[in-house]
Design a protein around this ligand. Structure first.
Ligand code: SF4
Ligand code: SF4
Length: 407
């Protein structure tokens, strides 16, 4: 049997530790939790498909159960693959819009001022809730006028001057919503003396498609990214990623959920803060100016799964006068597009409530996290600005450039 098609649910020892860590079962008891929905449910589903329960769609794919499991059962994957195999949902235009980020993003960036203005009109929000079942009270990410890739096409030629190169997987959020984070990443890499390439062709990593049940579209995106990453690594020493979710998806969801064998490049895809840390260990250096402010570090769920928060925290400690508060690791509740769906929205806010209270208690000027949708959720629900650690590092760089890599 192809190992890529096999889940390891048989390794479950029924200890129920995972259920203690599931943010959904705690906030919403009808979801029985990872043990019952994952390994226990799988044994039943294999006997009779009618045991499949639609309640599995309430799993956020946060992977906290997998981090907690002492037997390394890939519980979130068991649930995701059960949804792929057994769910018989009808087509939802709302889910298609929320999950096809490249299609929607490329249209929205062409008319960004209009889209951003329209998305905030009460009448539009009313329509979105009544017709598409997207909560009217939720704030939407604004779209950028022009994509990160457009900006990089001008910047690209200057990058060829560097002998050592990294290929940057920017992801949808940087490309369509937050190009300044991409510019921060380029600036940090250049400050280390390395140049940046983009993948020849990059698609959304696929995680929003998986969570909305569009597995075939996610696999198609994965196939394009697979080819591009292989090609990029012929000239670049690593493919680096700013988003913890994109990074986890490329490395782990591709083989475990999308059945794509990435063995030949998996270890060469890295989260950018982790790779910067490695470059500093190698002897390269970055100089930072004093930045007297307090930041609260939030460990996003997929960052917890990667286990790499320490790299970002250690880099932030290099900034003089920056005070860092470590927030207890807990889910913010948004889980990508999960919190944008009316039927999940109250569960989503209930999951995030303890984190929002901790942020308020921290008195931080800024929350930092590597996840783009955590940023949206925290800014909306905790009313504190939130940035990727790369942005904090780039703003504090003492390289005489004035803090902006924009042309
Ligand atoms: S992935 Fe998250 S929401 Fe889903 S069962 Fe595991 S802990 Fe619960
Ligand atoms: S923590 Fe792991 S071994 Fe324990 S019940 Fe959950 S899946 Fe099974």
């Amino acid at each position: 049997m192809n190992p890529l098609l096999k889940t390891n649910f048989e390794a479950c020892t029924k200890c129920a530790i995972c259920t203690e860590y599931c943010p959904v079962s705690e906030a919403w008891p009808p979801f029985l939790g990872p043990k019952q929905s994952g390994p226990d449910g799988e044994r039943q589903r294999l006997k009779d498909a009618s045991f499949y329960d639609e309640v599995l769609k309430y799993c956020t794919n946060c992977k906290r159960c997998e981090v907690a499991c002492p037997s390394s059962v890939r519980v979130g994957d068991v649930i995701a693959l059960a949804r792929e195999k057994y769910a018989r949902g009808s087509f939802s235009p709302r889910n298609a819009i929320l999950s096809h980020t490249d299609f929607v993003g490329s249209l929205a960036t062409m008319a960004a001022p209009l889209v951003n203005f329209g998305a905030n009109l009460k009448i539009v929000k009313f329509f979105l809730e009544k017709v598409l079942k997207i909560p009217a009270w939720r704030t939407f990410p604004s779209y950028s006028q022009g994509t990160f890739r457009n900006w990089f096409f001008d910047k690209g030629p200057s990058q060829k001057a560097f002998a050592r190169r990294l290929s940057f997987f920017h992801g949808c959020f940087i490309n369509y919503n937050n190009p300044s984070l991409g510019r921060d990443a380029v600036r940090l890499i250049n400050a280390l003396g390395l140049g940046v390439d983009l993948l020849e062709s990059e698609r959304c990593c696929g995680v929003p498609l998986v969570s909305s049940g569009f597995f075939k579209d996610a696999a198609a995106n994965a196939a394009v990214n697979d080819q591009s990453i292989q090609k990029a690594l012929l000239g670049a020493e690593r493919v680096v990623v700013a988003s913890s979710t994109c990074c986890m998806t490329l490395r782990d969801e591709y083989p475990d959920v999308l059945k794509l064998n990435n063995e030949n490049w998996r270890k060469k895809v890295d989260l950018l803060p982790r790779y910067i840390y490695r470059l500093l260990e190698e002897g390269l250096s970055l100089k930072f100016k004093p930045t007297p402010m307090t930041v609260a570090y939030h460990t996003a769920c997929h960052m917890e799964k990667l286990g790499w928060s320490a790299y970002s925290i250690e880099l932030l400690k290099l900034i003089p006068e920056l005070k860092i508060v470590l927030l207890p690791s807990s889910c913010c509740g948004v889980a990508g597009t999960y919190g944008f769906k009316l039927e999940n929205s109250q569960i989503s806010q209930k999951i995030g409530a303890p984190l929002f209270a901790e942020i308020a208690k921290s008195g931080a000027d800024l929350v930092v996290t590597e996840c783009e949708t955590c940023k949206l959720q925290i800014e909306m629900s905790a009313s504190v600005p939130c940035e990727n650690p790369l942005t904090v590092l780039a703003r504090a760089l003492d390289d005489g450039s004035g803090g902006d890599a924009s042309p």
